[in-house]
Every structure is written in C-alpha cells, then in structure tokens.
Design a protein around this ligand. Structure first.
Ligand code: ISE
Length: 329
C-alpha cells in the first residue's frame, strides 16, 4: 500500500492502515515534502518514502494507493492508478472540477474494472448507518426532508467563502444522496447577512431531489464552540436523528458537561476505520465498497452548482450526464 500525501488526512490514514486495518503492509509514504513523508513513515512503520507520486503508483511493489494529496492533484493521481490497474481510495473530492470527474468515469469504464473508491467516510459512520436502516425499515414512512448541520470550530486561514461549498458541504451532498437514494435537481444557497468572519464560511443551502424531497444544509465553518455534525431525516410517520458518540460526561461544580471534538477526525474516527477496512476487503473480494467515482462526480457536480447559486443568488438546476451502465447499482 502507498499513501500519497502526508498532511493531516494522509498521516491519519497511514495511522489507520498501519494499526487498524488487517492485511495491509504500508510500503511507501509519498509527499512533496520528504521530511514530512519521512516523519509519517517512521511513525507508522512504512519502509520507504518518495516525493514522486507517479513513480510510486507505477511501482510493481505497490498493490493499492490511498490518495490524500491536495484536492487539485486527486484526478491526475486517480487516473494514474486506473492506468496502472491499481485499486485507489481517493480522499474527497474526487476532483474539484466535474470535467475531471467525467474523465475518471471514462477511464474506469475503459479499464473495465471498478478500481475507484471516494473517501466519503460518513457512509460507514455507525450513526448515519443506523438512521438509514431505520428509514429503510419503513419506520418513518417516506422520507420528505433531511436536515443537515455541519459546523467546524474555525475556518483555516486559507479558507475562501466558496470552500464551505466545495470542501465541507460535499459530505452532506454525498450522504444525502446515499440516505435518500435520490439525486438532486436544484440547489439554492443563502448567506446570512453581516458575517464578520470569513465571508461565506456560514451558508444555508436548500436542495431538491428528483423525488421532490427537500434537503437543507447549514455549513458554518466558524461555529467557535466545537465540531458539530447533525442530521435528521423527516418522514411521513416519524423522524430519525444522528447521535454523536459521547464517551463520557462530567458532573462538577453544579454542572453536567459533555465535550465536542475539535475537528472531524475524532468525531468520524470509527467511520474512517470502517471505511478503510471495507476498502481493503473490497480489494480482496472484488466487490466495490462505499462511494464510487459516479458518487464522486455527483458531489462535485452539486458543489459546482452550489458555487454558481452562491454567486448568482438564484436557484441553479442540477443535471448529470446519463448514468453509465458500468455504475448501475
Ligand atoms: C474537510 O475537508 C473535511 O473533509 C471534513 O470531513 C469536514 O468536516 C470539514 O468541514 C472539511 O473542511
């Protein structure tokens, strides 16, 4: 296994692959910064480091690749993995641009084998999985709405307004399609007035599905109090909500307290673990797991429409290319 990218996510994936995922030999950590690659490799027992991702992907000693490089390199590296015939788990987004996602769909179909999984790890989160099983059991009746909240403590210094849509919201775009088993037909984006912090870091979106369901998404990347992701599916007969994992509560000084994670990694630790295990098992079984390249295309298609809706202040229609039979369920 090679991990490409030794930043926050690459380091975390290397840790998970080395310590939590059976059947993996962490061979190479690749990063433009060799020192950073070496630090991650030494920490997690990888044999080698590299600063050349394309040679790592082509290396015959490498069976599979996890891409956690900066978003703008995801498509090129995923295409290289497909060309090498190697299974690849690409961190979200598959690409920031839908045309690159379409190139990946064409390349994978031409290769004739499902090689690409996209890192929408919430599909493996125990709470989202349980809400979906409640919905699928018919307990709620037909789903009418899905309320989603996605709050980060603070936006990173390089954060631009539209990144609330392109970086954070794709998790909601994907999990809503998965939860409702529906595609979107439109998106409208609202920005609260008088936002003093990073403009656009707080947005409210409304999406409609082809089945007429409504999905609203609040993204607030300057929530300040904690990392907080919430979701509630509203059906004709009831609702089902996410419960974030709480491992302890404090009773002291006349207070009862629980704490929020500082960022997404502790909150979705179990989701990443299960995602990576499922990916490695899918390599052995040949049965794809999780989000595929078509799902990656949809998340980027929706994000591009959302960015257009933010700037135009208009509802933007969303229409995908016809779904290739190659990705039929
Ligand atoms: C980040 O890129 C992620 O993927 C995290 O899962 C998400 O919670 C965060 O908002 C994004 O910026």
């Amino acid at each position: 296994m090679a991990v490409i990218g030794a930043g926050i996510m690459g380091a975390d994936h290397a840790r998970l692959l080395a310590s939590e995922v059976p059947g993996v030999k962490l061979e190479v950590i690749c990063d433009a910064d060799e020192t950073r690659a070496r630090a991650v490799a030494d920490l997690h027992g990888a044999n080698h480091v590299s600063t050349d991702p394309l040679s790592v992907i082509a290396d015959k000693a490498i069976d599979a690749v996890l891409i956690a490089a900066p978003d703008r390199f995801h498509a090129e590296l995923t295409l290289a993995a497909i060309a090498a015939g190697k299974p690849v788990l690409c961190e979200k987004p598959l690409s920031p641009e839908k045309k690159e996602c379409l190139a990946i769909l064409a390349a994978e179909e031409k290769a004739g084998k499902r090689l690409v999984q996209v890192g929408f790890m919430r599909r493996f989160d125990p709470s989202y999985v349980e809400v979906k099983s409640i919905l699928n059991a018919g307990t709620l009746g037909r789903a009418m709405m899905f309320h989603c909240i996605h709050r980060n403590v603070s936006a990173p210094s390089n954060f631009e307004g539209h990144m609330a849509i392109s970086s954070s919201a794709p998790h909601e775009f994907d999990i809503a399609r998965w939860m409702l088993d529906a595609d979107f037909t439109s998106v409208t984006v609202y920005r609260p007035g008088g936002v003093k912090a990073v403009p656009g870091a707080a947005l409210f979106m409304v999406l409609e599905t082809a089945a007429g369901q409504l999905v609203n998404i609040e993204v607030n990347n300057n929530a300040a109090y904690g990392y907080d992701v919430r979701g509630e599916v509203v059906g004709e007969k009831g609702t089902a909500s996410l419960r974030s994992p709480i491992n302890a509560e404090t009773n002291a000084a006349l207070q009862n307290l629980t704490s929020y994670a500082a960022d997404w990694r502790p909150r979705f630790e179990e989701a990443y673990r299960r995602q990576n295990i499922a990916w490695v098992q899918s390599i052995s079984s040949g049965k794809p797991a999780g989000a595929n390249a078509w799902d990656g295309y949809w998340a980027t298609l929706t994000a591009e429409a959302g960015i257009q809706a933010l700037s135009s202040k208009q509802t933007v229609a969303i229409s995908a290319v016809p779904k290739p039979k190659f990705y039929a369920a």
